[in-house]
Design a protein around this ligand. Structure first.
Ligand code: CUO
Length: 672
């Protein structure tokens, strides 16, 4: 029996006997009665699918999207789920698989199928913090959780369990200063969700999404820019590329996560561990560091020659508009790679090499580390070093592209005359950041009885709500439409010196992007923080299925739009003195930005990093525009780069090392 949230009490699937794993059969009625609901959902008997391939992954093993063999099993299972002709059949197939297939693999494939089947628009994907809370928090929490589950919820005696802030390391490890970012639940959920929406290796119909390769580049580039912003806020330099794979990796990481499924701890990586050739029969994976080096060299050679060689030996140009998309798919890589034989699987197998560096040949029967799982990879400092290397390849290509001319940047007749930031409870042009505590319900990821919620409280960064006021002068004498693009970067580099544009352009984090109507003469535009095109509200990252809206568009959003940067991490931490930053605002000509034929988009409100469900990416410009290229001749600084439709406002981020209550702090409203 599987519990389904439905109405007040939920419902239980009425599973045909032959679907139950043998030892559960005698227990059927007893199990079903444990949920305290009379409601039953009938499960139809179907011709059972051939699960031989996905069953190759043991029930207690971990599952990695970076391993080719695991991806093959997932692709097969997704194919089975996608191939079910009706919703009823799909439910039958998933019920049948649930107690047979490896749980991580099952939830992954099921989630991908729900996201992509036309008839599951109103079916919930459970938040991964609910199904597998162990991937997101200190394993010590679960011993306490067990204790709490012995206390009946109605008694009012169940307490919330506090997830400690500093549990993976002490401040002796300087990298630990960034733990609040790396180990943030919302950030890790975003990353898991992004890779759920953009799988690399399943059917063409699912993989082939508008500009997916380019978005792989852009979303990860922005993660790096955000990480570097946080590093500078914490008096650390920008992250160093992991580009010499023969040197030991300086950074260690001890995740302190348990796999509840496997009853195993996630292996740590000691400081100064070396990478090695990988040869593990268990995962059917074998490759040498030399393979990675060969692929890297071929990719660089292709970039420098301006073209790649496809599977038929034909040359395909890396053009100004499409080159980055080709490279994204090739470097990641996905099945859209022009030639996997030649350019390999660089980024994915880099994750794999790092995740197995403690046991490259399975001598010690150890599973992969956190770098092997998209839900946990961002916890590890080495994730950013690896992605800094990957991003550098993309930048190499971007450096070969024509510079934007003034005509490609300017919007003739449109000028920004003022930008002001107003944060609640703060002086003008200052962002305010602080700590906040929020709760997540862990009960769906744990088996206990009687049911009820068990909350864990975690600490995260937060900012006060803010408004950005922009005054725009329209001298064209006609109504115009513009795209407002808001970015922010630290004002100085790690030495406290002004940036050269070349370096600063990679530091800009996107804050918001939206379309405005501009009437002739003066216009005042006001935009609220929670409207950001980058983020989703807290409730959506951690949505609790039992509180889902009952119907309509609200329900759809709630269920599907789990991809998006967590709103509480929109503004970097800053410093107690007020960290100096530059807030950049640009209005570009919408006529050059607009995308035709987008349809009626759902999940369009975190489009900047996630795209739009079932629709084209809503901005025709290269992702990262106007900062995705080297500057035109003569431009050394941001000031020299500006055209009249751009403006830079000096702002500060003031961090207060205190906890605030969400009701009073001005961090609400989270919701849309
Ligand atoms: Cu998102 Cu390396 O791609 O993890």
């Amino acid at each position: 029996p599987v519990f389904m949230p439905k109405g007040d009490k939920g419902a239980v699937f009425d599973v045909p006997d032959e679907y139950l794993v043998e030892r559960y059969r005698p227990l059927k009625d007893d199990l079903a009665s444990r949920f305290g609901t009379e409601e039953r959902i009938a499960v139809k008997t179907i011709t059972l699918p051939d699960l031989s391939l996905p069953l190759q992954l043991g029930r207690r093993e971990n599952f990695s999207l970076f391993l080719p063999h695991h991806k093959k099993m997932a692709a097969r299972l997704i194919e089975i789920f996608m191939g079910m002709r009706t919703l009823e059949d799909f439910i039958s197939a998933s019920v049948y698989c649930r107690d047979r297939i490896n749980p991580y693999l099952f939830i992954y494939a099921l989630s991908v199928a729900i996201l992509h089947r036309p008839d599951t628009q109103n079916l919930p994907i459970p938040s991964l913090t609910e199904t597998f809370p162990e991937k997101f928090m200190d394993s010590a929490v679960f011993a306490q959780v067990k204790e709490e589950t012995n206390i009946v919820e109605d008694s009012g005696q169940r307490i919330k369990i506090e997830i400690p802030v500093d549990y993976t390391a002490s401040n002796l490890d300087i990298e630990h200063r960034l733990a609040y970012f790396r180990e943030d639940l919302g950030i890790n959920l975003h990353h898991w969700h992004w890779h759920l929406v953009y799988p690399t290796d399943t059917s063409q119909q699912i993989v082939q999404k508008d500009r997916r390769g380019e978005l792989f580049y852009y979303m990860h580039q922005q993660v790096l820019a955000r990480y570097n912003f946080e590093r500078l806020s914490n008096s650390l330099g920008r992250v160093k590329r992991l580009n010499n794979w023969r040197d030991p990796i300086e950074e260690g990481y001890f995740p302190k996560l348990d796999s509840l499924v496997a009853s195993r701890v996630w292996p740590p990586r000691f400081a100064n561990t070396r990478l090695n050739d990988i040869d593990r029969e268990q995962e059917q994976i074998r490759f040498d560091l030399q393979d990675l080096e060969r692929w890297r060299d071929r990719i660089y050679a292709a970039i420098h020659s301006g073209s790649v060689i496809d599977k038929d030996g034909q040359s395909v140009a890396l053009t100004e508009s499409k080159g980055i998309d080709i490279l994204g798919n090739m470097i990641e890589s996905s099945t859209l790679s022009v030639n996997r034989n030649l350019y390999g699987d660089l980024h994915n197998l880099g994750h794999t090499a790092i995740s197995f560096c403690h046991d490259p040949d399975n001598k010690n029967l150890e599973p992969f580390g956190v770098m092997g799982d998209t839900a946990t990879a961002m916890r590890d400092p080495v994730f950013y070093r690896w992605h800094a290397f990957i991003d550098d390849i993309f930048q190499e290509h971007k450096n070969t592209l024509p510079r934007y001319t003034v005509a490609q940047l300017d919007y003739p007749g449109i000028a920004i005359t003022g930008v002001q930031l107003v944060s609640q409870g703060e002086q003008p042009n200052i962002f305010s950041t602080f700590w906040e505590k929020s709760d997540v319900d862990l009960s769906n990821g744990l088996d206990f009885n009687p049911r009820g919620s068990v909350y864990a409280t975690f600490t995260h960064l937060q900012h006060s709500t803010f408004r950005i006021k922009i005054t725009i002068d329209n001298k064209t004498g006609a109504d115009k439409i513009g795209t407002v693009r808001i970015f922010m970067s630290p004002k100085y580099d790690e030495r406290g010196l002004s940036w050269s544009f070349r370096d600063q352009k990679n530091m800009f984090i996107e804050i918001d992007k939206f379309v405005v109507n501009l009437k002739p003469k003066q216009n005042t535009v006001e935009r609220l923080s929670h409207q950001s095109s980058v983020t989703i509200p807290f409730e959506r990252s951690f949505r609790n299925l039992n509180q889902a809206p009952q119907s309509g568009q609200e329900l759809q959003r709630y269920m599907f739009c789990g991809c998006g940067w967590p709103h509480h991490m929109l503004i970097p931490k800053g410093t107690a003195d007020g960290y100096p930053c530059e807030l950049f605002v640009m209005v570009s000509n919408w006529a050059d930005d607009k995308v035709e034929g987008r349809g009626d988009p759902v999940c369009a409100d975190a489009a900047s990093y996630c795209g739009v469900r079932d629709a084209l990416y809503p901005d025709k410009r290269s992702m990262g525009y106007p900062f995705d290229r080297q500057p035109r001749a003569g431009v050394q600084s941001l000031q020299q780069f500006l055209t009249p439709n751009m403006r830079v406002q000096d702002v500060k981020i003031r961090f207060r090392n205190e906890y605030r209550d969400p009701e009073k702090s001005g961090s609400l409203p989270h919701r849309n």
